[in-house]
Every structure is written in C-alpha cells, then in structure tokens.
Ligand binder design. Sequence first.
Ligand SMILES: Nc1ncnc2c1ncn2[C@@H]1O[C@H](COP(=O)(O)OP(=O)(O)OP(=O)(O)O)[C@@H](O)[C@H]1O
Ligand SMILES: [Mg+2]
Length: 373
Amino acid sequence: MRLLSLEVTNYRNISKAQLEPGRELTVICGNNGQGKTNLLEAIWLLTGGKSFRGGKDAELVRRGETFAVLDAVTLRAWQEDQERDDPSHVRITVGTPDSQRPGRYASVNGTPPKRAAGLAGSFPAVVFDPGHLSLVKGAPEGRRKFLDAALCQLYPGYLATYRRYVRVLQQKNALLRHSANGVERPYAEKCAMLEVLNAELAAQGEAIQKRRREYLALLGPLACANYQELSHGAERMGIRYAAQFEPGGLTECLKQHQSEELRAGQSLCGIHREDIELLLDDHPAKVFASQGQQRSVVLSLKMAEAAAAARITGEHPVLLLDDVLSELDESRKQYLLTRMKEKQTFVTSCDDTAFLKTDGEVYRMDGGVLSKA
Ligand SMILES: Nc1ncnc2c1ncn2[C@@H]1O[C@H](COP(=O)(O)OP(=O)(O)OP(=O)(O)O)[C@@H](O)[C@H]1O
Ligand SMILES: [Mg+2]
C-alpha cells in the first residue's frame, strides 16, 4: 500500500499542509508539541478507523473551525506492476457537532460521502504509538486486544464470533453472580442454564482460540526474527500463547471449573483468560525487560503484524511509527533506518540528526507548518 500525497486542512494544529511522501521512508522531525503525531494520525484516518489516540472525532478539527479535510491519493502496491497505475482519490471530512455534516465521512474518487468506517480494508496501516509499550508490562487484556484487533482486520467473520462469545460470557457472569433479577435461582436450574451457556462458549471459544493460535504461529517467528535483527542478537525474544485448554478441550475445561465458578461467582475459564507470554532469553519480558528492550519487543511485534497481514492479504500495510527511536541505542536506530526502507514507512522523531544518513524524504514540522527539510 502506498500514500502518494496528502493534503491536510484544518486538522488539529495544522491549518494547511502538503505531504509528498517517499516511496519508502519518510521522516517527520520537529520539537515536542509541533504536530508530528497529528500528521501521522491524519494518515491513519485513511484506514477508516478512529484515531489511535482515542478521543472524540470533533477534537480532530482545528479549534475555531467546523471542518477538517484530508485529501489523499493512494495506490495499492500491486497496481505498481500494472502498465497503468490507477490511484484512488480519497477525501475524508470531519465535522464538529455544529457543522453542516457532523462526524467522519469519506468519499472515494468523487462518490457521495459515506461514513468513514466504510473505508475499512482499503488502506491497510499498522501504527506504533508509545502507548503500545504497555503491551509488554500491562495487563493480559491489552495483549489479547492486540491479537483480536489484528484478527478482526484479517478475517471478517472473527468480530461476529468474538461478539457472540462476549455476549454469552456476560450472560454467564450475570447468572454466576447469583444476582440475576435479584433472585437466587435453584441450584439445579442454574446448572442447567450453565450447561447451555457453556456449550455456546465452547463453540465460539474454540473457534477464537484456533484463529489466535494460527495467527501467532505466523506472527511469532516473524516478530522473533525482527527482534534478532533489531538487537543484533543481544538477546533472544520468545513468544508463547498461554492457553487455558488444548484445542478441543474447552468443554472439559468448563466442566472441571464449574463448581469453582459457582463458588467464585464469576467465569474462570475460557479465551478471555488467556494471554501471550513475551520472553527475553526465556525470562518474562513483563518482569525483566528494560525500557529499550520493551520498545524493541513492541516494535518487533508491530512490524511482524504488518508482515503477517502482507502474507495473508497480499498487501503490505503502511507503517506509521510514532516516536519510535527514543530510548533505542545507536545500532538499533541504525537497523530501523535501513529496515524501514523496505516498505512505505512514516517515522516521527524529535531528533533531527538520526535521519541525516537516510535517503528517505525528510520533513520538519514546526507549529503545525510542514516544510521539506
Ligand atoms: N483540535 C486542535 N486544534 C488546535 N490545536 C490542536 C488540536 N488538537 C491538538 N492540538 C495541538 O497540537 C499540538 C500537539 O501536536 P502533536 O501531538 O502532533 O505534537 P508532536 O509534534 O507529536 O509532539 P511530541 O514530540 O511531544 O510527541 C498541541 O500543541 C495541541 O495543543
Ligand atoms: Mg508526538
């Protein structure tokens, strides 16, 4: 996937900017608070997703304005092989609640605007945001989310299966909390209902775990190889799915935990309790990884996410790496500066000097004004 050009109007602190990115690496340098992440965020919106920073759409519009507009020209990489390139013109508008069209809309090649979410899949991108560092030290939920979000993008049916699982799990937890409607049900009735809910949980849970295992089998070796190169072999990354049950074993697992679940008043078993173990030289990264090592692990995972998507869909996502170089030593920085040239990559940095060695496009962002360095 490639972004050929982007014009940004009234987006956050950027009143007007024109970006002509490099084929491979584009670097956006600038001091803190100048609008570098804002520009990456604008590129991310081409995926059709919400901002990776969270928050409301209206916050994307420059204060004092009612509309932000992004005009992009994009190209599917496979089209480069064709005789005639056929770029898409994508326009995204974000309107504040008091504008004529509040919300986030997209129009492709001049079609009438539709909800921007309809763009899903047309501009694949993977973003590294410093907030993702919690993947290493944070709770298992973040790591499951990482897996599930990737799977939702890759397999359209995954989200529906996942939602069904969550709905049944909520029903089961309500039942276990023995406070359903404030009435305690007779024990036998409770067990009969649990049996029905567990059968549904087992069906959906097995399907989810199967996808997660398959995906990790692809992602894991890619991530570990990335880490190996990034760290020049200084330490070895490992990745393991911490499963609660073997394939086909969820029904039995649920049965075994039933009395414990009834006592605890909550569901104790299933894919919502599983985790990804990240290891450095066989020790849990969660406990032992240094700052730079955490960053290296997350970066390796993110680059692997993009490579895995490329293998599955045939389209390599654009990489958006926000503030990725801080805390990395010179050799890791150097590796990234060469490695990131193999696909279209955008990198922001407060350090101007790191990129003097690259032949990528270099821009400066200064108070929302973008200029070629
Ligand atoms: N809707 C908005 N209207 C005007 N300015 C905004 C809006 N939203 C954010 N800003 C401004 O954008 C600036 C932050 O930009 P950004 O986060 O892109 O900085 P950065 O260059 O990535 O900095 P850092 O190096 O610290 O990460 C802040 O000054 C903030 O006040
Ligand atoms: Mg930033």
